[in-house]
Write a protein that binds this ligand. Structure first.
Ligand code: ADP
Ligand code: MG
Length: 253
């Protein structure tokens, strides 16, 4: 496993002396896809800011621009216009090497389909054999696969976790398990942005931002940035089946 710089090893919640910029600043971001003559305006002048340690759900129906926004937040794609700053750094000022370095150091991705995790080099570089669980991937349930996906996403100790419909294919029990992991990662000081079209899932975050036709139509706070995530209140008595998976993954990193 590649050793990262000491920065990546710092606890994500550790306090710096200087006031630090917000984790995420999106300013008037537009994303237009061009399909021949047709222009698809996937994001229309979206502006939002996300503080370190927040746990944000991004809601919206299919086609509302959630994944487009997530790709921009994850530096997997760039805006057509407008600016995106991550930890105060404008991504326009970074070349491809800097961007991939930033993705590797700071961002953990979790996608809906376990197999899609391999689509980013950030994750592809993290060779975490399923063998540590002693099982073949084919024998894992959806919930187990998603736990492994989360474990893989956090081996580099990222400060920002981006999850696109991570509970999309899961039953309610597995959904709770996965939400609980995100809540724990958030309690440790990581910023979590979770995309979902399920209202029940969104309510477990501290803040809910809704998109419709590429625009922010709602931005609602449920709990304070430094409060415990709601899911931990609701699920207090529940067990933590995933922590050992996560711990094993981190031990191997
Ligand atoms: P969501 O994740 O909310 O379902 P998306 O961000 O995937 O929405 O898509 C927003 C809009 O942009 C949709 O109309 C979609 O068809 C379009 N779109 C997304 N990706 C592309 C692409 N690579 N090329 C062309 N159109 C796209
Ligand atoms: Mg999507």
């Amino acid at each position: 496993m590649v050793q990262r710089g000491h920065q990546a090893r710092q606890a994500p919640g550790s306090k710096a002396r200087r006031p630090r910029p917000p984790a995420i600043q999106v300013r008037e971001v537009t994303k237009t896809y061009e399909l021949g003559q047709i222009k698809v305006r996937a994001l229309r002048r979206v502006s939002l800011q996300i503080d370190r340690g927040d746990f944000v759900a991004i809601m919206g129906s299919s086609g509302s621009g959630k994944s487009t926004l997530m790709n921009i937040l994850g530096c997997l794609d760039i805006p057509s216009s407008g600016r995106y700053l991550i930890d105060g750094v404008d991504v326009r000022s970074l070349d491809e090497d800097d961007l991939s370095d930033l993705r590797n150091r700071k961002i953990g991705f979790v996608f809906q389909s376990f197999n899609l995790v391999a689509r980013t080099s950030a994750i592809a570089n993290v060779e975490l054999p399923l063998a540590y669980a002693g099982v073949d991937r084919a024998t894992l349930s959806g919930g187990q696969q998603q736990r492994v996906a989360v474990a893989r996403a956090i081996v580099t100790n990222p400060t920002l976790i981006l999850a696109d419909e991570p509970t999309g294919n899961l039953d309610s029990h597995s959904t709770e398990d996965v939400l609980r992991i995100f809540a724990h990662l958030n309690e440790e000081g990581r910023t979590v942005v979770l995309i979902t079209h399920e209202p029940d899932v969104a309510e477990q975050a501290k803040r809910v931002i809704s998109l419709s036709d590429g625009e922010v139509v709602e931005d609602r706070r449920i709990a304070g940035v430094h409060d415990a995530p709601p899911v931990l209140h609701h699920l207090k008595s529940a067990h933590h089946p995933v922590d050992s998976t996560v711990a094993q993954a981190q031990a191997q990193s």
